[in-house]
Ligand binder design. Structure first.
Ligand SMILES: NC(=O)c1ccc[n+]([C@@H]2O[C@H](COP(=O)([O-])OP(=O)(O)OC[C@H]3O[C@@H](n4cnc5c(N)ncnc54)[C@H](O)[C@@H]3O)[C@@H](O)[C@H]2O)c1
Length: 254
């Protein structure tokens, strides 16, 4: 799917990996709708990207809000690409240091955003794409965001790992489910990326993280995520696959 001239939507597009993806897409000639929470930096981010970007506030877990955001994206043309980056982590241990069991509601919150939100975005986005004519044999492409935590779950990441490994599990299943509609689905599993979240870390902690990456020995650049997301959309033979983008890191237990 060529990016030039298409309408694309990026969830979590106000910040970090989503914003970096939107930046690459705009550069490649797409019109991009940033879908993010009303409390996010979405307006500022869209302004920074220029006329080819707009911000539409919506919660990805909410059916009506997300459908309305896709309506807005389709004002720029049929939706052809959806990159779903909205998500977050959480620290929960099965048995906390004080002996209490890990909180159930905290686990549910992460599953609600990372897993249910991905399902909601995927199903509503794909249903839009399925209505449109084929372009060069395909109707659209969806990119989901997992994490290396899907494979290398660390201590305290029980909820995050559960949600992200479910996204990995959904990837081939969705690609098969949507094959008859000529819609592709791939997932990116990033390692440690240099997003605003990590900008707040102490310098020594940051250096320790950098040293844990085999090569290149640094954090991932969000632009590298954006480039891969764009390539997945553009490359018609990538489908049903989760791609680690991690400099070769394998996370230690803690
Ligand atoms: N940064 C990393 O090192 C890293 C590593 C692996 C995976 N990831 C994953 O990448 C994705 C993006 O992470 P990031 O580092 O860019 O984070 P970020 O915090 O910079 O961006 C996430 C965005 O998602 C938005 N968001 C949160 N809940 C939402 C909701 N309910 N509806 C709509 N938008 C919502 C936030 O407002 C924010 O703008 C997440 O799914 C994260 O789990 C990040």
């Amino acid at each position: 799917m060529r990016l030039e001239g298409i309408s694309a939507a990026v969830t979590g597009g106000a910040s970090g990996l989503g914003l970096a993806t939107a930046r690459k897409m705009v550069k490649a000639g797409a019109t991009v709708t940033l879908i993010d929470l009303p409390t996010s930096q979405g307006e500022e981010s869209a302004r920074e990207l220029g006329d080819a970007a707009r911000f539409v506030p919506a919660d990805v877990t909410d059916e009506q809000q997300f459908a309305a955001a896709l309506d807005a994206a389709e004002e720029a043309g049929p939706l052809r690409a959806l990159v779903h980056c909205a998500g977050r982590g959480a620290r929960i241990r099965l048995v906390e240091k004080d002996g209490s069991p890990g909180e159930l509601s905290a686990f549910e919150d992460v599953i609600q955003l990372n897993l249910i939100g991905s399902y909601n975005a995927l199903r509503l986005g794909a249903a839009r794409m399925a209505r449109h004519e084929d372009v060069d044999g395909e109707r659209g492409a969806v990119v989901l965001t997992a994490s290396v935590a899907a494979f290398d779950g660390q201590i305290g990441q029980i909820a995050y790992t559960a949600s992200k490994s479910a996204i990995v599990g959904m990837t081939l299943c969705s690609a098969r489910d949507l094959a008859s509609k000529n819609i592709r689905v791939c997932t990116i599993a990033p390692g440690i990326m240099d997003t605003p979240l990590l900008g707040r870390l102490r310098e020594d902690v940051r250096q320790g993280l950098e040293q844990s990456v085999p090569s290149p020995q640094r954090l991932g650049d969000p632009a590298e995520f954006g480039a891969l997301a764009c390539n997945i959309v553009e490359n018609p033979y990538l489908n049903g696959e989760t791609i680690r983008l991690d400099g070769g890191i394998r996370m230690a237990p803690r």
